[in-house]
Structures are given as C-alpha cells and as structure tokens.
Design a protein around this ligand. Structure first.
Ligand code: MN
Length: 289
C-alpha cells in the first residue's frame, strides 16, 4: 500500500488517482495531529484488514487535488548512514572531509542524526539559508520508516521492523577550508530532508537491496545507482542503530547516497525517483527567515 499524509494531518491510502482517507479509523487522540502516521503504523494490521472490507465507506479525494505533507511529518528521530556506497566515498576524496570519514563505513563510524524538523514533503520547497560562498549538495537516498520498536535486533530479523520505504533527499551544507561544522548541524537545516511522495509498505518491497535510485537537477541526471551497491545493507543499518537506541514507529533511516553528489542553487528543481517506490520533484528557494 502507498501511505500518504495530507492536508490537515490526515492519513490515507493511494490507489490509482484516488486517496482514501483513513483518519476516522485512527485512535481519536491521533487524528489531525502531526503524529497521525505513527498512530496508523501502531494499528496498521487492524486498519489494513478493515480497509480490505470497508474501503468504500471511506471519504475519497482525487490525488491531484490534495496537498501532500511529508509522509512522516514528525519523526521521533532521523538517522543517516555516512559514506555507504563505495563510489561516493571515492568522489569525496580531495574535498574537505576528515580522514576518519573518508575511510570509514557505517560499521566503523556509526550513523549520524538529522533534526526531525528537517523533513519536507513532496509539495514543499527546499529552502537554502543565505550563506554566501557556501556549497549545498543533494544526496539521493532510500528512506526506511520503522514500523515497531526495535532494540538490539539481529540483522536476520531487522527487515521485519520496517513499516515501509520512501524517497529521501539528504541535503547537506558542505564544509570548506574555514567552516567545519558538525555533520548533524550541516544536514539539519529546515527542509533539508525531503521525504515522499508516500511510504510504500514493506510487503511490496521484498528486497530493498535491488532498487534503482535516480536523481536529476533541472532534468539532468546526476545520480543513478542500485541499492545493491550499499556497503552496509538496510538490515544491518537497523541492527546497528537499534544496538544504540530503541527505534520507534515512524523513525527514519537515510541509508546513504551513491556517487554523483553535486551542488544545488536557488531556482533549481530536484527530482528523485526510486524504482518501485515513487518519485517527486521539489523546487529550491531562498529561505525567507
Ligand atoms: Mn547522506
């Protein structure tokens, strides 16, 4: 199923050109809140079964007529995998990057945090702060949405903790000769984690390591790779993360970006597509605050 968040913190299922509004079936305290998706995830088996029986009783909207929100508007946390594709690690050599980061993988470096408030949706813009001379880069990534609490899970079981997958851009302010901000700081600007356009539930993605990821800037293909080329696969990223902290429903993992990372500027349009998941395009604007 394709799960969206939309309009007044409603949640729905996309089928063809229609969105079926599941909000009335959520626990009352979750309806029309930024955490509505977490409430959906918590009760998803019941809601999915009811959907099979009672779909036609739900309010229905044309997909093209509604404003989509980030499919997880308020994740508890966003974890990111550093240098998780060999060729991306190579292309970062010669740039300002610490020796540890250049040589490491998520196994040796661990994952990093992005602010939960950095999420943006498929109908939002990427907003660049006014930092003259600084470079901002795009990173196209497979996003993982956690489905149930995970503590020290074994990699062989880890994919059973996934609710679904989404397209994710991990936007980044690059270091330069004089600026060496923490990675989390540089990746946590408002709107620097676009996700969407929806979550495809895990039952429809039996193997997350065989998906083609592509990213274009102004129609020019910048990144194209298979998730087969990840150094540390999704299951292991979940196992690693859950060995440090409990992962909760709605938490996001950015699984790392392949080669082809490059700069973005105000006026650009960034499009991401992941095979079997979906695609979305966001404009890049100057931040107004
Ligand atoms: Mn990244």
């Amino acid at each position: 199923m394709r799960i969206v968040a939309f309009e007044r913190h409603q949640v729905g299922v996309v089928e063809g050109d229609a969105v079926y509004d599941l909000t009335p079936w959520l626990a009352p305290q979750g309806r029309h809140t930024p955490h509505a998706v977490q409430y959906l995830i918590a009760d998803f088996e019941n809601i999915r079964a009811r959907y099979q029986r009672e779909r036609d009783q739900l309010e229905r909207y044309p997909l093209a007529s509604i404003r989509l929100l980030p499919p997880v508007p308020a994740p508890g946390q966003i974890l990111g995998a550093p240098t998780n594709y060999r060729e991306h690690g190579q292309e970062m050599q010669g740039t300002v990057m610490s020796d540890a980061n250049r040589r490491g993988t998520p196994e040796t470096l661990g994952l990093f945090w992005k602010s939960p408030t950095s999420v943006a949706g498929p109908h939002d813009a990427v907003e660049l702060p006014d930092l003259p001379g600084r470079r901002f880069d795009h990173e196209a990534e497979l996003g993982v949405v956690i489905g149930r609490e995970a503590r020290s899970v074994d990699p062989s079981q880890a994919l059973s903790y996934v609710f679904g997958y989404t397209c994710l851009m991990d936007l980044t302010l690059r270091m330069d000769e004089t600026h060496k901000e923490e990675r989390s700081w540089r990746k946590s600007y408002h709107s620097f984690t676009p996700i969407g356009p929806w979550i495809v539930t895990a039952d429809e993605v039996p193997d997350p390591q065989v998906l083609t990821i592509q990213l274009w800037v102004n129609g020019e293909l910048r990144q194209k790779a298979s998730t087969a080329a990840m150094i540390v696969p999704v299951a292991r990223l979940i196992a690693l993360s859950s060995s440090v902290m409990p992962l909760k429903p709605g938490d996001l993992i950015a699984t790392g970006t392949p080669a082809g990372v490059g700069p973005i500027a105000v006026g650009d349009r960034i499009r991401i597509a992941i095979e079997g998941i979906g695609e979305m395009e966001l404009p890049v604007r100057r931040r107004e605050w």
